[in-house]
Design a binder for this molecule. Structure first.
Ligand code: SF4
Ligand code: SF4
Length: 613
């Protein structure tokens, strides 16, 4: 174990705390500096408690998706971060939840799901342990207030060591039950430096598939850690009956069968197979006691080990000690079940490197054609401008994600649809300064950027949001969206005005045309320096949606010294020659290359001029 701080309690007096209060106090003790969430029973009091503590910033977000995105931004900024929600909230947050599993974190990121067995205040019953497995991330399950306090520290440690978000799952009785907590000595932490890593944080397919591969490897490393973790303990008993359990179900089972052997799993995903096998060597009868789904049971059965499980223990509602006692009493005197061969699965097979389909020696040499913004794409001017500011740039999903690729290299992140604004807000809030900007397309803004902007305004976030309004959903083939009002049958509906919408949120809004490169640069420069939150709407149609007036570019060879400024904008219509550049036939004459050239080596010629007018 490295750096495990969970059980180093000081000489401080025990305090009576609910599980929720213990999580908030435990997070602060573990050095967390940022907490956010959306209220939902039984999780609500965590953020409320954190808000009263010093050393941590706590805020409500407009929903759980924005909360996770904001939390990811804060963790990337280098500050340990806790994001809280109830079980159904994680459904709302699934998009960033799944993506951050692949991207990983910088400082520790713990996502807390408080499940509500019995649906005391929920529309459904759902066992979110399954979502940790689904997302390939570690799962910790405290069973009382002291463990809630301790496990949050363990969760941050695991998160940073394995570069993964951690799911901390509580249930109503852990969240709201009260118990004595022995506090620990606070951990003093400085923010971890943020390092730009496009291959890690920009989830374009080529990067995401490598990160997915890494997440699968990480899972096996985590399983090895779960085997030796002090959170997973075998408690000896005096009868030939063993119980495997986790979370609050441990408390019920311990009270019902104090003489039984216990395998208590505080770190329950990935399942420590060898620990389970070791436990089976102690007793001849084993039951699994868990609330809701047969999460542990099915994995143990899959090893070939017999269990008393959901055929005895209710699969719905809350358990209690009487229910557990009544359910399992027949098993104490039952004939021990026969045991067949046990199979411990090895690490999952990862995809082999693809074999070359043809012998490349026999092929003509073909030019490499990486994905690239179209010649004349209006986004290029924005990225050329932002790159000069050298700020952290939170990107989003659309054609403009290509701004992350060489030679532009203008984006730091692209997590999931609509994540840019929340990540920008979290990053800046965690550092207390305007260190990041956000870039989002018009269609993505309507998809889920609106709520994040609303949140940024409500939480008084600092930052500049650049909305690339190209009047269409370009990447998928020019579909309509609320900003255009265009329906799939090409009929017109009401079009929502982005500028008025943003103004309605009380945000400072400016518009610009990327064709006016100098004005764009000036505007970005000013807004980055100005305090508060602002929006720049960059208005220029996608060239495939509305082709611009045709112009041509003349290269003045004598003026060109091949400095590379025009090549750095990444336009596929410019190519370097030996001592100058060449403009290719696919140029649409947008003029950006001429704007960035400071030696008058590229001269634009308009239609009128071409016609001799
Ligand atoms: S389709 Fe439109 S928005 Fe997308 S890269 Fe081409 S010009 Fe830019
Ligand atoms: S004008 Fe320059 S930047 Fe624009 S499409 Fe032509 S070569 Fe590319």
């Amino acid at each position: 174990m490295t750096g495990w701080v969970g059980y180093t309690h000081g000489a401080m007096q025990p305090q009576l705390m609910s599980g929720n209060e213990a999580i908030a106090h435990g997070a602060v003790r573990a050095g967390a500096g940022f907490a956010c969430g959306y209220p939902g029973t039984p999780s609500t009091e965590i953020v409320e408690t954190a808000a009263k503590l010093s050393g941590i910033h706590a805020q409500w977000c407009v929903n759980e998706k924005v909360a996770v995105e904001t939390g990811v931004g804060a963790a990337l900024a280098g500050v340990r971060t806790l994001v809280t929600m109830k079980h159904v909230g994680l459904n709302v947050a699934m998009d960033p939840f799944m993506a951050v599993s692949l991207a990983g974190v910088n400082a520790g990121l713990v996502i807390l799901s408080a499940d509500d067995p019995g649906m005391h205040s929920s529309q459904n019953e759902q066992d979110n342990r399954n979502l940790a497995r689904f997302a390939k991330i570690p799962l910790l399950e405290p069973s009382d207030s002291q463990e809630a306090y301790d496990f949050i520290a363990a969760a941050f440690e695991l998160s940073e060591e394995f570069d993964t978000p951690v799911l901390l799952r509580t249930t109503t009785r852990v969240s709201h039950g009260r118990g004595l907590v022995v506090p620990g000595e606070p951990v003093e932490l400085q923010p971890r430096p943020y390092t730009r890593d496009i291959s890690k944080y920009v989830m374009v397919p080529a990067n995401a598939s490598k990160r997915n591969h890494r997440a699968l490897q990480r899972l096996e490393e985590l399983r090895a850690r779960a085997e030796v973790s002090p959170l997973n303990v075998i408690e000896p008993g005096t009868i030939d009956f063993g119980i495997i359990t986790s979370g609050v179900a441990y408390e019920y089972a311990k009270e019902a069968f104090p003489d039984a052997w216990f395998l208590k799993l505080g770190f329950s995903n990935p399942l420590p197979y060898q620990k389970v096998l070791e436990f089976y060597g102690k007793v001849s009868r084993v039951a699994v006691v868990e609330e809701l789904d047969p999460f542990l049971e099915e994995q143990i059965r899959a090893l070939g080990l017999p269990v008393y499980g959901k055929e005895y223990i209710p699969a719905e509602g809350e358990l209690d000690q009487d229910a557990v006692r009544r359910a399992l009493e027949p098993c104490l005197t039952a004939e021990p079940p026969a045991r067949g061969p046990v199979t411990i699965p090895g690490p999952q097979q990862l995809a082999p490197a693809p074999a070359p389909a043809l012998d490349v020696k026999d092929l003509p040499i073909l030019p490499v054609r990486p994905p690239v913004l179209c010649p004349g794409c209006p986004h290029r001017a924005v990225f050329s401008t932002l790159r000069k500011r050298r700020m952290v740039t939170m990107g989003d999903i659309g054609c403009y994600t290509l701004g992350a690729l060489a030679p532009l290299l203008a984006l730091d992140t692209s997590l999931c649809m609509g994540a840019s604004i929340g990540m920008m807000a979290g990053f800046n809030k965690a550092l207390g300064k305007k260190a990041a900007v956000g870039v989002i397309g018009d269609s993505t803004f309507f998809h889920s950027g609106i709520t994040a902007l609303l949140d940024a305004r409500y939480n008084e976030a600092e930052g500049v949001v650049v909305i690339l309004d190209n009047r269409t959903t370009a990447m998928t083939g020019q579909q309509g969206h609320p900003g255009t009002g265009v329906h799939p049958d090409n009929t017109d509906g009401p079009a929502i005005d982005i500028v008025r919408l943003c103004l309605g949120l009380g945000v400072r809004v400016q518009t610009t045309d990327p064709a006016d490169y100098k004005s764009l640069e000036k505007l970005v420069r000013e807004e980055v320096k100005a305090p508060g939150l602002s929006v720049i709407v960059v208005q220029s149609p996608c060239i495939l949606y509305l082709p611009p007036e045709k112009r041509t570019v003349e290269v003045v060879d004598d003026n060109c010294n091949l400095c590379g400024l025009c090549l750095a904008i990444g336009c596929p219509a410019i190519a370097p020659l030996d001592d100058t550049v060449s403009i290719l036939d696919n140029c649409i004459g947008c003029g950006l290359c001429a704007d960035v050239c400071n030696r008058d080596a590229l001269i634009m010629h308009g239609l009128n001029e071409m016609a001799g007018v």
